[in-house]
Design a protein around this ligand. Structure first.
Ligand code: ITT
Length: 200
């Protein structure tokens, strides 16, 4: 069984859809009535994604899930004009409990008046898989875009309303789930991971 170690419902929705279209079932800890929030003490997406996968795999073993294959996602938005922030601290930006609407408004304001060439940004998604044997594998996906002039769209989650995708002339939150998955940092990483899972 594949278990996704996340507390973020937006990530869970996206991964489940991509797994589903590959004919694989993915459950979250929430689906198993379990809960765990590993401390993200790493300095990189790779480190934090591995911490979440490995700790959750150990936790599941203790709960009797001896054959669980665990996936974890660490992701975020890096803005060039803000020296790569919020980056690996994307979930903590302006404080862990700050609503995303407030974070997005802050970023729009920070970049106010900047021309497109100074609005470049990219989403990163690193997914780690941890097998019952303890073997670990990591993949990374990235999507480049621009910080939009204004927040737009109701879909997706997090920073999606302020991320402009030039090739589609839309903000990420204006894309359907299917459209986002096709191009997104997470979509790319998950599809690569699924190829590796199927090759095992
Ligand atoms: P888990 O660790 O439980 O998976 P989290 O939300 O804490 O959930 P991260 O530590 O990886 O996840 O933080 C990622 C942050 O970046 C979080 O604030 C997200 O809202 C944001 N983010 C990640 N992927 C995104 C996406 O596809 N679109 C918009 N924002 C995204």
């Amino acid at each position: 069984m594949y278990v996704f170690a996340t507390n973020n419902p937006g990530k869970a929705r996206e991964l489940k859809e991509i797994f589903g279209s590959a004919g694989l079932e993915l459950q979250t800890l929430h689906d198993l009535n379990l809960s765990l929030s590993p401390e993200e003490t790493g300095n990189t997406f790779e480190e934090n994604s591995k911490i979440k996968a490995v700790e959750t795999a150990e936790f599941l073993r203790l709960h009797g899930y001896l054959d669980a294959i665990v996936l974890a996602d660490d992701s975020g938005l890096a803005i060039d004009a803000m020296d790569g922030r919020p980056g690996v601290d994307s979930a903590l930006f302006l404080g862990a409990d700050t609503p995303h609407g407030q974070r997005n408004a802050f970023i729009i304001n920070e970049l106010h008046g900047k021309p497109p060439g100074e609005r470049t940004a990219y989403f990163v998604c690193v997914i780690t898989c941890c097998w019952p044997s303890g073997e670990v594998l990591t993949v990374r996906g990235e999507l480049e875009g621009l910080i939009a002039q204004a927040a737009k769209g109701e879909n997706g989650f997090g920073y999606d309303p302020i991320f402009y995708v030039p090739t589609l002339d839309k903000n990420m939150a204006e894309l359907s789930q299917e459209e986002k998955n096709k191009i997104s940092h997470r979509g790319q990483a998950v599809r690569e991971m699924i190829k590796k899972l199927k090759g095992k």
